[in-house]
Design a protein around this ligand. Structure first.
Ligand SMILES: [Fe+2]
Length: 390
């Protein structure tokens, strides 16, 4: 571990492809109230947009003519560069492309569409005059979802496009569901006015730890999402217990201790959140096996959960609550070390956290009395959040 190295994530590192979309309440309202189209979500209030990429104008016109009676909105590109520009500018629900294109082949364009986060889920249909199994194999291998050869039967093209757009609407609904879940997690946090900004700070602290450990981008993404979602199970805990200002009795504690399992249950149906489930379930385990809900110990506790646990404790200690004042940075580190000596925390991770914690001041919501003034000139929490919201 390098003591002098800064592990504060740069904006580039924070903005790696895949940072979860955070949905403010207004966006959630919009997502909930927005209907989809056709028979998937009801009326076609927002007709899907189909991009046709073909160098021959006559072929583009023929394709459009097949959809005269449908409500679809069509955009056209005669060159891949035009298509890429449209994909970056417009909300495209499906792409139909010819294999023979100027500038780059249809196969390369398809690979590009399928390799970029913003476009990877856009269904792509290759419509080509090139016959032969080798072209179909190459097209599907490039990531295309369907392959049709000319001459085209209009009814078959319409049926294929309709099926692909239906899949796209399902994918869109899953993304919206994910956004709603993140907003729900924010709501859980906002209900407790004493812990404002907790999830955002955890996300920043966790990324710092993850970067220091050289974790992969999927692991960093899981950490980031875990920071927001780890306590989402608290939504199932009665307010009388969650916001009790005095100590919880035995039965209340047993209810409170259900929140990791309830959180896992809430997030489990979402395939994209599978890597986050161990963080949610195991963030209250202890290194010596005395934690909950499973009593895991040592390396059996998922690494990401061990990381989140340490930064979670640090933030809880340095934040004021109704029943306690905020601890100083130094006092908080000392308490975490005491808990580690008692056998509760992963000693190597705690050591790393102590090493890099000086860098974490750049994510503090307010200047901390023990942190030097120049810390406030680093990228602020607000800036980071603004970037994530883009
Ligand atoms: Fe928790």
């Amino acid at each position: 571990m390098e003591g002098s190295k800064s592990f504060v994530p740069t904006e580039d590192q924070i903005l790696f492809t895949g940072v979860p979309r955070f949905a403010p309440p207004a966006a959630v309202d919009a997502a909930v109230s927005r209907s989809g189209w056709e028979d998937v979500f009801g009326d076609a209030s927002t007709p899907p947009t189909v991009l046709i990429v073909d160098g021959a104008e006559v072929d583009r016109r023929l394709l459009r003519a097949m959809f005269k009676t449908t409500p679809y909105r069509f955009l056209e590109a005669s060159r891949p560069s035009e298509a890429v520009a449209l994909l970056g500018r417009e909300k495209i629900d499906m792409v139909m492309l010819e294999l023979m294109l100027p500038e780059m082949s249809g196969l390369d364009l398809c690979r590009k569409i399928k390799s970029e986060r913003n476009t990877q889920y856009i269904p792509t249909l290759i419509v080509t005059s090139l016959h032969g199994a080798e072209h179909e194999v190459a097209g599907l291998s490039s990531g295309a979802d369907e392959f049709l050869t000319r001459p085209l039967h209009p009814a078959v093209v319409r049926a294929r496009v309709r099926a692909m757009l239906r899949n796209k609407a399902t994918i869109d609904s899953l993304e919206e569901a994910e956004a709603i879940l993140f907003a729900l997690a924010q709501t859980v946090e906002q209900r407790d006015r004493y812990t404002g900004g907790h999830c955002q700070r955890l996300a920043a602290y966790s990324l710092s730890m993850g970067l220091a450990l050289g974790l992969s981008q999927p692991e960093l993404l899981a950490l980031h999402r875990g920071a927001y979602l780890h306590d989402i199970g608290k939504i199932a805990i009665p307010d009388a217990i969650l916001f009790k200002n005095s100590s919880l009795d035995t039965s209340e504690w047993s209810v409170m201790r259900q929140h990791p399992v309830r959180g896992e249950e809430i997030c489990r149906p979402m395939k994209s959140l599978l890597p986050v489930l161990p963080v949610i379930r195991s963030h209250h385990e202890r290194w010596d096996g005395t934690g909950y809900p499973d009593g895991l110990s040592g390396d059996h506790i998922p690494l990401l959960a061990r990381i989140l646990q340490i930064v979670d404790i640090y933030d809880a200690l340095t934040t004021a609550r109704p029943y306690k004042l905020a601890k100083t940075h130094a006092d908080s580190l000392r308490i975490i070390q005491e808990e580690t000596d008692r056998g509760w925390r992963d000693p190597e991770l705690v050591s790393l956290f102590q090493e890099i914690s000086a860098s974490l001041c750049s994510f503090a919501p307010q200047p901390h009395p023990e942190w030097p003034e120049e810390c406030s000139t680093h990228v602020s929490l607000e800036n980071m959040q603004r970037e994530l919201l883009k």
